[in-house]
Design a protein around this ligand. Sequence first.
Ligand SMILES: [Zn+2]
Length: 262
Amino acid sequence: MLAALINMKVRIISKKQGRLDFVLEDATPAFANALRRAMISEVPTLAIQYVDFHDNGSVMFDEVLAHRLGLIPLSFGIGKMNMPDECKCEGKGCTLCQVVFAAEKTGPGMLLSGDMKSSHKGVAPLDPNFPIVELLGGQSVRFEAVASLGTARKHAKHQAAIVGYQYFVEAEKAKDEELAGLEDCPSGLAEVRGGKVVILDYFKADMKKACRLDSYILQFDENRFIFRVETVSGLAPEDIVLQAAQILGSKAADFARALKDV
Ligand SMILES: [Zn+2]
C-alpha cells in the first residue's frame, strides 16, 4: 500500500470556471475518500458569523436575514487570515481573523451582496449580485456583519466544494462467453467508435460493477479514481484540492509526532 501511495499521479481531465475534473492514479479507495472528506469538511472558508442590526425595516426577521448573509460565498486570499482559535488575539477577534461588512440601504430596490462594504482589501462577496432582500419604498436596513474563517466540520456554510469521485472505467475486449450474464452498460456511458471504446461520461459508471458494451466488458479500476470538484465557496477548485492534500499531510505529521511520545 505504501508503494502505491508513493507513486500516485494526478492528471487533469478538464478545468472550467469553478470546476475541476481530474484522475488520481495508483491510489487506494481509503486515500481517495480521505481526500474527498478533507476537501468537503476541512478546508477553511470565510463566512459571516454574526450580524449587528442597527435598523431592519425589511420583511425579513433579523435571524432570517442573518442566515442569508451567512450563506454568501466570500472571496479572500489564502493564508492572509488566521483561524479565530489560532489567532494572536486568542479568539477575541481582531483584523487578522475578522472582516467587517457594513451595509446601509433604503428601498425601493434589492439589497445585493455588492452593497456590503468590506473592511479588508481583497475580501468581498464572490458575486456582487446575490440578492439578499427586496426593500419596498421607505423600508431600510443598516447592519454590520462580521466574517471569519471556519470549516464545514463545525458549520455546513463553510463547505468549500461539492466533491465526488469514482473508479476509473476500463474497457476490455471479451469473448462471447465472458459477456454472458452481464447487463448492458448505462446509456450515455460509452460507445464503440471504429472498434474502440470511447467513454462519454465517466460519472455514469458508478451505476454498475461491470457491464457489457457490444463485445467489450467495462469495469472499474480500483486504484484509479476520477474526481469532480465543484467549488461552492470563494476558493478556486485547484486551491481546494491542494489545501486538502496539505491538511492530510499535516494530520499525518501530527500522528507521527504523537507516536514519538508513546
Ligand atoms: Zn484575531
